[in-house]
Design a protein around this ligand. Structure first.
Ligand SMILES: Cc1cc2nc3c(=O)[nH]c(=O)nc-3n(C[C@H](O)[C@H](O)[C@H](O)COP(=O)(O)OP(=O)(O)OC[C@H]3O[C@@H](n4cnc5c(N)ncnc54)[C@H](O)[C@@H]3O)c2cc1C
Length: 388
C-alpha cells in the first residue's frame, strides 16, 4: 500500500453527518478521507432535498440546549462561505392544549428562555391566516425556527472540507472494516488505512456495523415526502412569512405532522407525516403503502383550506430510527478508535454541525462539549462480538 493511502481518519458516508464530521476533522488538521457509495450528490439516503426544518422547540432540554450552539455553527458556515443556508420563518407548534407532547415542547422553550409567541384561539387567525386550529388545540410560535437549505448545505460543507485538504471518494462502497490500532477499510475500488474511522452510514449503518461486530436496534423506515398544491398561488409562501408548522398529535395523527412554507416547488407546500413503513434501504422503491398520505389528506382537508387535499408530488426519503428516537453518538464499546453516528430518527439534519463537532471530539479522544449520556450505545441491550 502506498503511503498516500494512510489517513488520520476515514469517515464512511457523505450524508449531512459524515460531511460535517469530515469537515470538523479537517479543521483540526487531520488528514481525512470521506467515502461515499453513490455518485455525489445523490438522492438515495436521508440528507437529500432542498429543505429541512430547524427549530429549538423540543420535548427534551438536551436538544434545545445543543441547538443554541448549533445555530451559531450554521451561521459561522454561512459567514465563511457566503452561502445562505438558513431562512428564519418561525415554527408554529399546535396540539391538544393539555397533551404531554404539546406541553413538553412549550415547557422546554420556556425553561430555556427561547423566544416564543403564544397564540390564543381568538387571535390565531389574525397571525396565521388560512389555517383552522382544531378545537381544544393550543398554539405557539418558536420564533427562532426556520428552513435550512439542505442540498446547498451539503455542497457547501463538502466544498469547505476539500478546501482544507480533505479527500472525497464517491462511488466507493465500503465492503469491509477491519478494526485494530490501524483500521483497514476495503471499498469496491481500493483499500485504505487510518488511525480512526467514523461510521455515519445513515440507513446502511446496520450493515456496516455488522463488519465491526455490533448490532444496534435501528429501524429503517420509508417516508413519503408529499407536496400539496395551493388553490391560490403563494397562499402559504415563505415570502408571505408563512411559518413552518408542527402538529404534535391530533384526531388525524398519532405521530407529528409537519409542514414547510411553499418555496422549493412553485405553488407547492411540503407537508409530511413523521412516520412510515419499515424498509430495506436498497428496496425502498418497492413499497407502496400510502396510509400516511391518507392521514395527511384528512388533515389538510380539515385544517388547511388553501390546499388541494391530493398530493401533487410524492418523493421518498428514509429515517433510521432508534427505540427512544434519540441519536447514537458514541465510540465502539470494544474499539475506541471506531466512532459511530447513527439513528438520527428523522430529526438529525438541523444538528449536522453539532454532530460533526461531537463525533470529531470523540474521534480525537477529547471530552465532548455536551453530556452524551442520552446518546450512548449502553442504553440498548446491544449484541457485541468480543472476538473482533
Ligand atoms: C423526509 C425527511 C424529512 C426530514 N426532515 C427533517 C427536518 O425537517 N429537520 C431535521 O433536522 N431533520 C430532518 N430529517 C432527518 C435528517 O434528514 C436525517 O437525520 C439526516 O439526513 C441523516 O443523515 P445521515 O448522514 O445520518 O444519513 P444519510 O444522509 O443517509 O447519509 C449516509 C450516507 O452513507 C452512505 N453509505 C452508506 N453505506 C455506505 C457504504 N457501505 N459505503 C460508502 N458509503 C455508504 C450513504 O450512501 C449515504 O450517503 C428528515 C429526513 C427525511 C427522510
Amino acid at each position: 500500500m502506498s503511503a498516500a493511502e494512510l489517513y488520520d481518519f476515514i469517515v464512511i458516508g457523505a450524508g449531512v453527518q459524515g460531511s460535517f464530521t469530515a469537515y470538523q476533522l479537517a479543521t483540526r488538521n487531520k488528514k481525512t478521507l470521506l467515502l461515499e457509495q453513490f455518485t455525489l450528490p445523490h438522492t438515495r439516503g436521508s440528507s437529500h432535498g432542498q429543505t429541512r426544518l430547524i427549530r429549538k422547540a423540543y420535548e427534551q432540554d438536551f436538544y434545545t440546549q445543543m441547538m443554541n450552539e448549533c445555530y451559531e455553527l450554521w451561521a459561522k458556515l454561512e459567514r465563511e462561505t457566503g452561502a445562505t443556508l438558513y431562512r428564519r420563518t418561525g415554527l408554529l407548534v399546535m396540539g391538544p392544549e393539555s397533551s404531554q407532547g404539546y406541553l413538553g415542547f412549550k415547557k422546554s422553550l420556556e425553561k430555556n428562555k427561547t423566544p416564543m409567541v403564544v397564540l390564543t384561539p381568538e387571535n390565531f387567525n389574525q397571525h396565521i391566516p388560512n389555517v383552522i386550529l382544531a378545537d381544544g388545540d393550543g398554539a405557539f410560535v418558536d420564533t427562532t425556527a426556520g428552513v435550512l437549505y439542505a442540498d446547498r448545505a451539503l455542497k457547501v460543507v463538502q466544498g469547505q472540507f476539500q478546501k482544507l485538504g480533505g479527500v472525497i471518494k464517491d462511488q466507493e462502497k465500503v465492503t469491509d472494516i477491519k478494526p485494530g490500532p490501524i483500521v483497514t477499510v476495503t471499498t469496491s475500488a481500493g483499500v485504505y488505512q487510518a488511525k480512526g474511522v467514523v461510521i455515519t452510514a445513515g440507513p446502511w449503518a446496520k450493515t456496516l456495523l455488522a463488519h465491526v461486530g455490533i448490532q444496534l436496534p435501528l429501524q429503517v423506515v420509508r417516508i413519503n415526502v408529499c407536496y400539496w398544491k395551493e388553490k391560490i398561488a403563494d397562499t402559504y409562501h415563505v415570502k408571505k412569512r408563512f411559518p413552518c408548522f408542527l402538529l404534535t398529535e391530533g384526531d388525524e395523527a398519532k405521530s407529528h405532522i409537519y409542514g414547510l412554507p411553499s418555496n422549493e416547488y412553485p405553488g407547492l407546500m411540503k407537508i409530511c407525516y413523521h412516520s412510515g413503513t419499515e424498509t430495506d434501504p436498497d428496496q425502498r422503491d418497492k413499497l407502496t403503502d400510502k396510509s400516511d398520505v391518507d392521514i395527511l389528506q384528512r388533515y389538510i382537508a380539515r385544517h388547511l383550506p388553501g390546499l388541494i387535499p391530493q398530493p401533487a408530488v410524492v418523493e421518498s426519503c428514509m429515517y433510521t430510527v432508534t427505540p427512544d428516537h434519540h441519536f447514537v453518538l458514541d465510540c465502539h464499546p470494544a474499539h475506541g478508535n471506531i466512532v459511530i453516528g447513527a439513528g438520527f430518527s428523522g430529526h438529525g439534519f438541523k444538528f449536522g454541525p453539532m454532530v460533526g463537532k461531537l463525533l470529531c471530539e470523540l474521534s480525537l479522544g477529547e471530552v465532548p462539549s455536551y453530556d452524551l449520556s442520552p446518546f450512548r450505545i449502553s442504553r440498548f441491550q446491544t449484541n457485541i462480538k468480543s472476538s473482533l
